[in-house]
Design a protein around this ligand. Structure first.
Ligand code: SF4
Length: 722
């Protein structure tokens, strides 16, 4: 074999092989990772994918999903041209049309709804991708609709609200400087791999780890103390830890005395949660609760690392998370190095050490110049604290038409199975006059509901700006041309803005001009970023001081950290909210509905994340799907022995609402009495097991992770028939 052949086989870049490395980012899981990519490109095609060593966040690593990026980009299900529905809605019949025709049809339909029902009757929806959201937000407001709606309604926002209501400004864990990390309901080893590496490094330096997780996850395996609680009992565990910290005098006396509101009522309330009662409620041994509470309180500084959604996917989720965050204030670990440090977000939910005009850019119109967004009357705190409509209430408002009708959706990625009771969402979508969806793949939602489907492109086929907590920024250039007729989402938005005559000086100038405007206070420019294809350190990053509350107070109504939330109190009469972080078991549980629990004795979790899937996005990739070719339910072997279930048996998982059939996967990762089903499987509708209104009444978040179910082997029935 000659040298050239060997270099070709080794995919060595160089003029002789015609292979060049192009820098980009992976945004399959977004926005926490955005791992840097080295893409080996030959003749306009990606032939190899590696993590980019220059990127300080992933430092050359990729997770399994990112490593399968070529299968994602070149998948046969990519939408190739704009499509127009030709049969009845749901028939799945489409014909290719030109971009001109597709955008013209969207423009006409959106304008028709605007004239007939008002601009608020059009919903601008964003699914998983985040990069174009500021632009879509601006477009929605310019159009006159307050209804920019995203997956945030079921993702991380309730966790953020729990911090806002308790501490004012949210603070992230300062892992590098912490002596103890309380990892509450998250496993970064599967999706936030950069953070997982930081944790392992810190562990080598002596970091103590407490993991709160119903599963024996890879994160829990690294912990010094694993608190394996029953799903949905997080609030009781946090209150029992507070009981120890308060009664043993381990709390930060100065912080409590000078900077908190409602401590006396809180102290009185936590007396109910002795470690023994904590054990009865959560299943965690009282002695372990004591050990964890003492470790967290003694090891100063200590930080709480929350998951984006596991705790809040519960009918008492927001209050449970408030109880957990109360521990941060209780121990004086708020806004200090090594604790939960407050850093302003720079761009798209990430802190980068610089200030931007993102919010100003999004708010092209004042919110009070438009009608209230969807869900305002049902979840008033939602629209008070956040500038989006509530996705979970969307099907309810489509059905009721009150306070105003919803007639059309322009969606950039939408999966109706994200909603609890997806059939209710499907019925609701079918009632709309018009639906346009931009997506990478011809999904079930596109096939069933769309009037127009637009082909979007992946992150490696476009330019985008991102920042990282490591004080690093990147503006990518397309590594390859957009495949087929696909286009970047922002181009679609700009084109529609023009056709809808939104007459905006920023949107009309294009993406780079918009970014330059947003970034102006930071001194970062797109021109400068273009000189650094792999990204660059933030020039002159801002160093934020500790304990900013000493100067400016807490951003809460009392100006202090609130054990007793004044905002929640305001809604206590009208909506029944508790001001204290009161623990309530899940709406369907052994404690709340004992009769139901006799028939449905297991606790169901429909939100379990597996390392190779994120939502259903990567389920179609052969490398990923081969790891779990069929839909499985994770069951504890002890339960299976009792029920006569063996690995791979067909089992029915049923709630009072519905039933699905999946394969049994026996694993000690799950505790007895608890079952986990991933939402990734396209072949089963796991959220059909949940009622549409099985929600946290404060946040509106669905209780995906704590309800009752039963498990039965179905082969038995088949065997009997034979
Ligand atoms: S963690 Fe994996 S999926 Fe997420 S951005 Fe990095 S490589 Fe992509």
């Amino acid at each position: 074999m000659n040298d050239h052949t060997e270099r070709m086989r080794g995919k060595i870049p160089g003029p002789d092989t015609g292979i060049a490395i192009r820098k980009s980012i992976c945004t399959i899981c977004d926005p926490d990772s955005q791992c840097g990519l080295d893409l080996y490109v030959k003749n306009g095609k990606i032939i190899k994918v590696e993590g980019s060593k220059e990127n300080p966040h992933n430092e050359g690593t990729l997770c399994s999903k990112g490593a399968a990026l070529r299968q994602y980009v070149y998948h046969q299900d990519r939408i190739r041209t704009p499509l127009q529905r030709v049969g009845p809605r749901g028939s799945g019949k489409f014909k290719p049309v030109s971009w001109e025709e597709a955008l013209g049809t969207i423009t006409n339909n959106l304008n028709q709804v605007k004239t007939g029902s008002g601009p608020e009757s059009v919903v601008f929806f964003s699914g998983y991708s985040f990069w174009y959201r500021p632009v879509l937000h601006r477009m929605a407001y310019l159009f006159g609709s307050p209804n920019i709606i995203t997956n945030a309604s079921v993702c991380h926002l309730s966790m953020i609200f729990s911090q806002i209501l308790t501490l004012g400004l949210p603070g992230g864990p300062d892992i590098r400087n912490a002596k103890c990390l309380l990892v509450w309901g998250t496993n970064p080893f599967h999706t936030r791999t950069g953070i997982a590496r930081h944790i392992l490094d810190a562990k080598e330096r002596g970091l103590k780890i407490i993991a709160v997780d119903p599963r024996c996850s890879p994160m829990a395996a690294q912990a010094d103390i694993h608190l394996q609680l029953r799903p949905g009992t997080d609030g009781a565990l946090a209150l029992a830890m507070a009981n120890i910290i308060i009664n043993e005098g381990l709390f930060d006396h100065d912080f409590i005395q000078n900077y908190t509101h409602g401590f006396d009522e809180y102290r009185e309330y936590v007396q109910e949660f002795t470690p023994e009662r904590g054990e009865a409620l959560t299943g965690v041994p009282a002695e372990k609760i004591r050990m964890a509470a003492r470790l967290f309180a003694d090891a100063k500084p200590a930080a709480l690392m929350p998951g984006s959604s596991p705790v809040v996917h519960n009918t008492n989720g927001l209050q449970n998370h408030r109880a957990a965050f109360a521990l941060v204030g209780l121990t004086g670990n708020y806004d200090v190095a090594g604790g939960n440090f407050v850093e302003p977000l720079s761009y798209i939910f990430e802190p980068g050490g610089f200030i931007t005009r993102e919010t100003e850019f999004k708010h092209a119109k004042k919110r009070n110049e438009m009608p209230p967004p969807i869900g305002d009357d049902r979840f008033p705190l939602w629209s008070l604290l956040y500038d989006e409509g509530h996705a979970v209430h969307l099907p309810f408002q489509i059905q009721s038409g009150t306070p105003y009708p919803i007639k059309a959706i322009l969606a950039f990625g939408i999966n109706y199975r994200m909603w609890p009771d997806p059939d209710f969402m499907a019925e609701s979508l079918e009632k709309l006059d018009f639906i346009a969806i931009s997506d990478l793949f011809m999904t079930e939602s596109c096939r069933r509901f769309a009037d127009i489907v637009l082909p979007a492109c992946t992150s490696v086929e476009r330019s985008e700006f991102r920042c990282y907590p490591e004080r690093y920024v990147i503006y990518t250039q397309p590594a390859i041309k957009p495949l087929y007729e696909s286009r970047p989402d922002v181009e679609i938005i700009f084109e529609l803005a023009k056709r809808l005559a939104l007459d905006d000086s920023l949107l009309s100038q294009g993406f780079e001009a918009c970014l330059d405007w947003i970034l102006e206070p930071s001194g970062i420019t797109i021109n400068e970023l273009k000189k650094h294809p792999a990204g660059m350190p933030v020039p002159n990053p801002i160093t934020f001081p500790e304990k900013k509350y000493l100067q400016q107070g807490f951003v809460t109504p009392s100006g202090k950290m609130e054990f007793k939330s004044m905002l929640l109190e305001k809604y206590s009469k009208s909506f029944g909210y508790d001001a204290l972080p009161v623990y309530r078991p899940p709406k369907y549980s052994r404690e709340t509905t004992p009769e139901l629990a006799k028939d449905y004795p297991f606790i169901l979790n429909t939100g379990t994340r597996l390392p190779m899937f994120i939502g259903s996005q990567t389920y179609r990739l052969p490398w990923m799907r081969n790891l779990r070719p069929e839909p499985f339910v994770d069951l504890n072997p002890d339960d299976c022995r009792r029920l006569g279930i063996k690995q791979g048996d067909d089992v029915a998982v049923s709630t009072a609402k519905g039933s699905i059939t999946v394969k049994a996967n026996l694993t000690n990762q799950v505790q007895p009495g608890v079952v986990h089903v991933s939402p990734a499987y396209i072949d089963v509708k796991v959220n059909a097991l949940i009622e549409a209104d099985y929600l946290d009444p404060i946040s509106g978040f669905p209780g995906y992770k704590a309800l009752l179910c039963k498990v039965e082997k179905t082969n038995d029935k088949n065997d009997k028939k034979k």
